[in-house]
Design a protein around this ligand. Structure first.
Ligand code: UDX
Ligand code: UDX
Length: 465
C-alpha cells in the first residue's frame, strides 16, 4: 500500500517537528497536521516562520521549505482524517490528576477521543499510528474502539514511538539511532508495517528501521525513558556522596563513562531531570507494574523519581543554608527556566520546583531565560497552586536583560544549561551584585575557578566546593 496522504492529530513538540521532517523528506506525500488548539495552528501558519510555536534549532527553515507545498497546518480535524491513508495520533497523555491511578497512570482520554473521532469520520481503510507514548497494550483499546464504533472500514494499528529529544529534535529526526515500528504479526498487520517502513526509508537506512510486535514497541519507549532517567538519577545520587567525600562528580562521570560498557552519555549531574516524558513515563511504568502485582518492580523504578525529587529539594535547601539560613527578602537571580537548553518547553522543569521552594522561604526571584516568556513562567507557578496568583506575581520578576536581572542580587542560580551563559561578562555581573556574591550552578556549566578569581563564592552540584 502506497501512502499518499497523512494526517497527524496533535501539533505539539512531537507532532509538529516529526511531520515537518516527513513532509520535507517525502514531497510526494501530503502531510496535514491538525490540532484542537486554534492559536497553536495559527502560530504554525504564521507568515513569519520564526514565530512558529515551538523553538527547535533548524526547525523553522524546514517548515519554511515544506509549508504550503505538501505540509499543512489546520483545525479541520474531520476533513484531514477523512482524506488520509495514514493517521498519526500525537496528542498528549498527561499523568492522571483524578480518580483511580491519580498521580501515576496515564490519562488516555484524548487518545480515546481521537480513536472515536477517527472511527466516526472514516469511509476508507486507514492505518492508525500511535506516536504518543502510551502504556503497553493501549493499541488493544484503540483497536476495540475503532472496530466497534466504525463504519465497517478496516483499520490497522501501528506503534511508532518517538525517540527525539527536545532541543535536538531536527537532527534526531533526520539521523535517528533507530526507528521503531510495532505492528500485528498477521499478513495485514505486516502490510501496514511495510507502508510505514517505506516512508522512513526515504531518508533512514533500512538497517536502522526496526520492526517488532505491537507490545514490544509500546513497552520499549517506556523502557528507554526509564533507563535514561535512571542514569541521571544514578549520577545525581553519586553527586551527593561526592560532596561529602571530596570526590568530584565530573571526574567520576568521566572515569566511568570511558568504560565502553557504561558509555559517556546521560551522566551529567544536575539539579534534576525535567521534561514532559521522564517523570510521566516512569510513573506510568510503576503503575503498570503495580497493576500486575509486581510490587518490587514498581518500587525499583519509583526510586528514580524519589531521587529526582530529592535532588531538586537538595539544591534549593543548599541555597538557603549557604545564604546564612535565610533568603527572606533577598533577591535571587535565576539563569534559565526551560527544562534543558535549546527549547522553550518548561514542562516539569526543575526550575519550577526550586522556585516554589524559594518563594515559600519568601525570596524575591528575578528570572531570565533566553526563550521562555513571563506569561509561561507565571502559568507554571500558578499551576502548582502553592500560593495565590497574586503572591506569585509579587514574588517574581522577569527580565529580558541578563545584567538587569542580576543587578543587586545576593545569589545567582543556574537552572538550565544554555550555552550563552558561559559567554556573559561575569566581571560586570559581579560588580553589580550584593557581596558576598554567590553562584549556585545546578548544571555544572560554568568555570568555577574563573568565577572564584573574580570574587564569586561558587558552588556546583557534586563537587564539594
Ligand atoms: C505529547 C506527550 O508529552 C508525549 O509523551 C507523547 O509521546 C506525545 O504527546 P507533545 O507533542 O510534547 O508530546 O505534547 P503537546 O506539545 O502537549 O502537544 C499535544 C497537542 O495535541 C496539543 O497541541 C493539543 O492541543 C493537541 N490535542 C490534544 C488535540 O489536538 N486533540 C486532543 O484531543 C488532545
Ligand atoms: C527524552 C528522551 O531523551 C527522548 O528519547 C524521549 O523521546 C523523550 O524524553 P527530552 O525530555 O526531550 O527527551 O530530553 P532529554 O535530553 O532526555 O533530557 C531530559 C532531562 O534530563 C532534562 O531535564 C535534562 O537536562 C536532564 N539530563 C539529561 C541531566 O540532568 N543529565 C544528563 O546527563 C542528561
Amino acid at each position: 500500500m502506497e501512502i499518499e496522504s497523512i494526517c497527524c492529530i496533535g501539533a505539539g513538540y512531537v507532532g509538529g517537528p516529526t511531520m515537518a521532517i516527513i513532509a520535507e523528506k517525502c514531497p510526494h506525500i501530503k502531510v496535514t497536521v491538525v490540532d484542537l488548539n486554534k492559536d497553536r495552528i495559527a502560530a504554525w501558519n504564521h507568515e513569519d516562520v520564526s514565530q512558529i510555536p515551538i523553538y527547535e534549532p533548524g526547525l523553522s527553515a524546514i517548515v519554511a521549505k515544506a509549508r504550503g507545498r505538501n505540509l499543512f497546518f489546520s483545525t479541520e480535524v474531520d476533513k484531514a482524517i477523512h482524506e488520509a491513508d495514514m493517521v498519526f495520533i500525537s496528542v498528549n497523555t498527561p499523568t492522571k490528576t483524578y480518580g483511580l491511578g491519580k498521580g501515576m497512570a496515564a490519562d488516555l482520554k484524548y487518545i480515546e477521543l481521537c480513536a472515536r473521532q477517527i472511527a466516526s469520520v472514516s469511509t476508507t481503510d486507514k492505518i492508525i499510528v500511535e506516536k504518543s507514548t502510551l502504556p503497553v497494550r493501549t493499541a488493544e483499546a484503540i483497536k476495540n474502539i475503532l472496530h466497534n464504533t466504525g463504519n465497517g472500514v478496516k483499520f490497522e494499528i501501528l506503534s511508532n514511538p518517538e525517540f527525539l529529544a527536545e532541543g535536538t529534535a531536527v537532527t534526531d529526526l533526520l539521523n535517528p539511532d533507530r526507528v521503531l515500528i510495532g505492528g500485528d504479526t498477521d499478513a495485514e498487520g505486516q502490510m501496514a508495517v511495510k507502508a510505514l517502513v517505506d516512508i522512513y526509508a526515504n531518508w533512514v537506512p533500512k538497517e536502522r528501521i526496526l520492526t517488532t510486535n505491537l507490545w514490544s514497541s509500546e513497552l520499549s519507549k517506556l523502557t528507554a525513558n526509564a533507563f535514561l532517567a535512571q542514569r541521571v538519577s544514578s549520577i545525581n545520587a553519586m553527586s551527593e556522596l561526592c560532596e561529602k567525600t571530596g570526590a568530584d562528580v565530573n571526574e567520576v562521570a568521566r572515569a566511568i563513562g570511558m568504560d565502553s560498557r557504561i558509555g559517556s552519555k546521560f551522566l551529567k549531574a544536575s539539579v534534576g531531570f525535567g521534561g514532559s516524558c521522564f517523570q510521566k513515563d516512569i510513573l506510568n511504568l510503576v503503575y503498570i507494574a503495580k497493576s500486575y502485582g509486581l510490587n518490587e518492580v514498581a518500587d525499583y523504578w519509583e526510586q528514580v523519581i524519589i531521587m529526582n525529587d530529592h535532588q531538586k529539594r537538595r539544591f534549593a535547601t543548599s541555597i538557603v543554608s549557604t545564604l546564612y539560613n535565610t533568603v527572606s527578602g533577598k533577591k535571587i537571580a535565576f539563569l534559565g527556566w526551560a527544562f534543558k537548553k535549546d527549547t522553550n518547553d518548561t514542562r516539569e522543569s526543575a526550575a519550577i520546583y526550586v522556585a516554589d521552594y524559594l518563594l515559600n522561604e519568601q525570596a524575591n526571584l528575578a528570572i531570565f531565560d533566553p526563550q521562555v516568556s513571563e506569561m509561561q513562567i507565571l502559568s507554571d507557578l500558578d499551576y502548582l497552586e502553592s500560593r495565590s496568583t497574586d503572591a506569585n506575581r509579587k514574588g517574581i520578576s522577569v527580565s529580558e536583560d541578563v545584567y538587569e536581572n542580576c543587578k543587586g542580587a545576593h545569589a545567582i542560580a543556574v537552572l538550565t544549561e544554555w550555552d550563552e551563559f558561559k559567554t556573559y561578562d561575569w566581571q560586570k555581573i559581579y560588580e553589580n551584585m550584593q557581596k558576598p556574591a554567590f553562584v549556585f550552578d545546578g548544571r555544572n556549566l560554568l568555570d568555577g575557578e574563573e568565577l572564584q578569581k573574580i570574587g564569586f563564592v561558587f558552588q556546583s552540584i557534586g563537587t564539594g566546593k
